[in-house]
Ligand binder design. Structure first.
Ligand SMILES: [Zn+2]
Length: 272
């Protein structure tokens, strides 16, 4: 297994995702060489096709499972348990592959939405062709203008966006790893949500702070809505449309974490 530092992992992971999406897009644009621009993209259904999703899964699978495994090992150590075979357990493998698939599908759907949005605004005259081209370039990190696009130009990626996405995915992977290890350990009864409570804490994380769920349960199922009423009596809603909320992050740059609550009477110990 490849051991990568978090920062490096984020960069590699981000690069892989963006490169893969960009490569797929270029492939389609290449077929329409004369109109290698937004207007030429037309129907974007291919972005979320199973072929495309599988390509993404294939591209990120190894790195994604590596980070989940690494986080799982850290989480096991945190409760004084060694589980060297964790990654070989069928249930664990199944959960990991489900996570990777879900992530790839969501990434593809997000990209498609961005592209559809650009195309629609171009069609309605809200933006010019040049603006649309620039937006696609920004969204996918490569040059859509066939006349100026060089191999090097096409390989320039918008790293800020990619890094933030990868950071968020990294946090999701950490939650997955922790939950897997703690669930498999048999000594964790509940998960406790701990937020960093200061002036920057968002109201959704603040509301979750200190709450617990049984080890097999989640805070919110997919498409469920968290409602927070502020001091002025106004309601704020956050719908978990991306995935169920089984732990942090609630949003990019979320500073929350999970803390395991052990089964009563269990003491931290080494299993072997
Ligand atoms: Zn948070």
């Amino acid at each position: 297994m490849i051991a990568l530092g978090h920062g490096l992992w984020v960069k590699t992971f981000a690069g892989t995702l963006e490169r893969e999406m960009a490569a797929a897009l270029r492939e389609v644009l290449g077929e329409q060489a004369d109109e290698a621009a937004v207007a030429g993209i037309g129907d974007n259904a291919w972005l979320t096709s199973s072929d495309q999703v599988n390509r993404l899964v294939y591209a990120v699978n190894e790195k994604y499972t590596a980070i989940i495994s690494k986080e799982a090992a850290k989480a096991a150590k945190q409760i004084g348990v060694r589980m060297d075979d964790l990654g070989d357990r069928p249930r664990v493998r199944m959960m990991m592959s489900a996570k990777v698939n879900h992530m790839a599908r969501s990434m593809a759907a997000t990209s498609k939405k961005r592209l559809d949005d650009i195309r629609d605004r171009l069609a309605s005259g809200e933006i010019t062709q040049a603006q649309a081209d620039a937006e696609v370039k920004q969204a996918f990190g490569f040059d859509t203008d066939a006349s100026t696009a060089t191999a090097a130009g096409r390989d320039r990626y918008d790293n800020a966006r990619a890094n933030l996405a990868a950071e968020t995915e990294g946090q999701r992977a950490a939650t997955t790893g922790q939950r897997l290890a703690w669930r498999e350990s048999g000594i964790v009864r509940e998960l406790k949500w701990v937020a960093v409570m200061d002036g920057r804490t968002c109201m959704f994380c603040a509301q979750l702070h200190g709450s617990t769920v049984p080890i097999d349960e989640v805070w919110f199922n997919q498409d469920e809505t968290q409602i927070v009423t502020d001091a002025a009596g106004r309601e704020h809603r956050l719908t978990y449309s991306y995935d169920k909320l089984d732990g942090p992050p609630v949003h990019p740059r979320c500073r929350c974490k999970l803390v395991p609550v052990l089964v009563r009477g269990t003491r931290r110990r080494d299993k072997r």
